[in-house]
Write a protein that binds this ligand. Structure first.
Ligand SMILES: *Cc1c(COP(=O)(O)O)cnc(C)c1O
Length: 384
């Protein structure tokens, strides 16, 4: 590692979170670990391996490239691609033994130009129903009737029938109830199929943890695996964040009252002041919306001042700190702690936007609880 900015991923936390969720769910419910977007920034392969060891039955990703990466890394579990792929990529999906999300009859029509019916190579699909998120999926009975003959083909296995909620985290559950009711009606439609459907599923992290009765045959859990969940609403399970982000002071300087810091002179010192420069910026995913949040310098809070630039940002130091002092942007330092969800509140988003936005310029260091950070970094450095 040549750069003094890194993310630490505590794989033990991921394992413990999966095990906690596994125990929380009804015994017959399968657990899909959603590891799209580089496992929400945590590292897809390492997270997927840990989740599978801890009891995940399925893996979920957004795109075919993400699924192929997991297969190439040796993961053998069923993998569902949560968005439709282009029909001509079906042979690639079969080659890698991937399950597809399907949403319309015309997709099958185009797909058949590339895949002749062949009972030997069965294609596993999950039909996505739009019960009110308004994103992807079948909404009407007509659309369903059109797709049914395609689903009934001898080389198709309908492994799943699913939907996704829009408001699982909101206090008012009326829209959620409407979506559940629509899904129940759609399940009735699914009896039109001459073949059984293996799994009905509707719940992501928040729905599964708040309303375990929605677990059905499978739950699709992303956020909770990483320790992101509404702790106020869900009190009978304890999950822990696995992601922390660190750097080191690159320069410390004393500025006189009235001097400027950063592009557009966005900050002006009000007194004589210590200013530190940290080598992380928006090209690492530390967006300009993080302006005025705090970092920890050797356990002391320090506010980000001025505009965050591409590779660097400046902080107002409460006192002198030497260059090389550890800076923590997410996680614990001394007695202090910076929590992802609080940063997310500040920028009007969710924790997973913050971690999944940390770009691959920031090296991920994997550690197990108990292993010191020093050991983790040394093992990573010698691996280069
Ligand atoms: C991303 C995604 C999930 C996982 O959601 P979390 O809230 O992170 O648990 C589940 N289902 C679908 C369809 C998704 O796109």
């Amino acid at each position: 590692m040549y750069r003094d900015t890194w993310a630490e991923i505590d794989l033990t936390k991921i394992r413990e979170n999966v095990m906690e969720i596994r125990q929380f769910l009804p015994g017959s419910t399968k657990l899909m670990a959603v590891v799209k977007a580089n496992a929400y920034g945590h590292g897809d392969i390492e997270t997927a391996k840990e989740a599978v060891q801890a009891g995940a039955d399925y893996l979920g990703v957004a795109f075919i490239e993400e699924a192929i990466r997991l297969r190439n890394a040796g993961l053998k579990q069923p993998i569902l691609i949560l968005t439709p792929i282009r029909p001509e990529l079906t042979s690639l999906a079969l080659e890698y033994d991937l399950m597809l999300t399907v949403t319309r009859a015309s997709w099958f029509q185009e797909m058949r130009a590339h895949k002749p019916v062949n009972a030997l190579y069965k294609l596993y699909v999950h039909v996505k129903m739009d019960t009110g998120l308004g994103r992807i999926g079948i909404r009407t009975m007509e659309e369903w009737q059109e797709i049914v003959p395609w689903l009934a083909a001898p080389d198709i296995v309908v492994d799943g029938f699913y939907t996704h909620f829009a408001t699982a985290g909101e206090a008012d559950s009326s829209y959620l109830e409407l979506q559940i009711q629509r899904f129940q009606e759609m399940k009735e439609w699914s009896n039109m199929l001459p073949i059984p459907i293996n799994h009905y599923h509707c719940a992501g992290s928040v729905a599964a943890l708040r309303f375990p009765e929605l677990s059905m045959d499978m739950v699709r859990i992303g956020a909770a695996i990483y320790g992101f969940y509404p702790e106020m609403q869900v009190t009978n399970i304890k999950l822990k964040p696995a992601f922390s982000l660190h750097s080191r002071l690159m320069q410390t300087k004393r500025l006189k009252k009235g001097e400027y810091v950063g592009y557009n002179n966005a900050y002006q010192t009000k007194t004589d002041q210590w200013i530190g420069t940290v080598p992380i910026g928006y090209a690492d995913g530390w967006t300009q919306r993080m302006q005025n949040t705090e970092v920890l310098v050797d356990g002391c809070r320090a506010e980000i001042v001025g505009k965050i630039s591409m590779d660097q940002l400046m902080v107002k130091l409460p006192k002198y700190f030497p260059e090389g002092s550890k800076v923590t942007l997410i996680g614990c330092s001394g007695e202090q702690k910076i929590l992802t969800y609080k940063l997310a509140n500040h920028i009007g988003s969710v924790s997973q936007e913050i971690t999944s936005s940390i770009t691959d310029r920031v090296v991920r260091i994997y550690r197990k609880s108990g292993e010191s950070q020093h050991e983790a970094i040394r093992s990573r450095t010698t691996a280069f």
